[in-house]
Design a protein around this ligand. Structure first.
Ligand SMILES: [Zn+2]
Length: 156
């Protein structure tokens, strides 16, 4: 989802981050061809790019509703131990929500709605599985450690 930039700040690694109108932040690193933002290093450059729009992946991820009860937590999986059902596609039952928590490394997470939306999960971005929709997990590169939290919606 495209969101407007409202400001910039340096993170603890001394990399520039853009503050977005939605409250999320995006790392801005001049790293062509993936990201072109040579201007990020100068005050003038940053000033001129306030108001630009940036893709916010955090806004595209579904959010867990508030009325959930934690039913179980999976063991910690690694690249070689991801269960087949998560690789081939897992569809939470109606009323079931799943939170994918990455402890280290990167994990591919694809939501198959009417079209497929892909994410790369890390320690800062959890994957949220919505009831009745197929989701697939795959290691992105290198090793990964993650676990799943299974929730059930409380009756209103
Ligand atoms: Zn956002």
């Amino acid at each position: 989802m495209k969101k407007a930039i409202t400001g910039f700040h340096l993170d603890r690694f001394q990399e520039w981050n853009a503050d977005l109108e939605c409250g999320h932040t995006v790392e801005m690193r001049h790293n062509p061809p993936y990201q072109e933002c040579k201007w990020i290093g100068t005050t003038k450059g940053r000033q001129e790019h306030i108001g630009d729009t940036q893709e916010c992946i955090y806004c595209d991820m579904p959010e867990l509703p508030n009325n959930l009860v934690l039913k179980k937590t999976s063991p910690c999986y690694q690249a070689e131990t991801i269960p087949d059902e998560l690789v081939s596609g897992y569809e939470p039952a109606i009323g079931e929500w799943v939170n994918v928590v990455v402890k280290s490394g990167l994990l591919q997470f694809v939501i198959h709605h009417e079209h497929a939306t892909g994410f790369v999960l890390d320690q800062h971005l959890n994957g949220v599985m919505v009831p009745g929709v197929v989701h697939r997990l795959r290691p992105a590169m290198g090793d990964v450690e993650f676990y799943l939290e299974y929730f059930e919606a409380k009756e209103a």
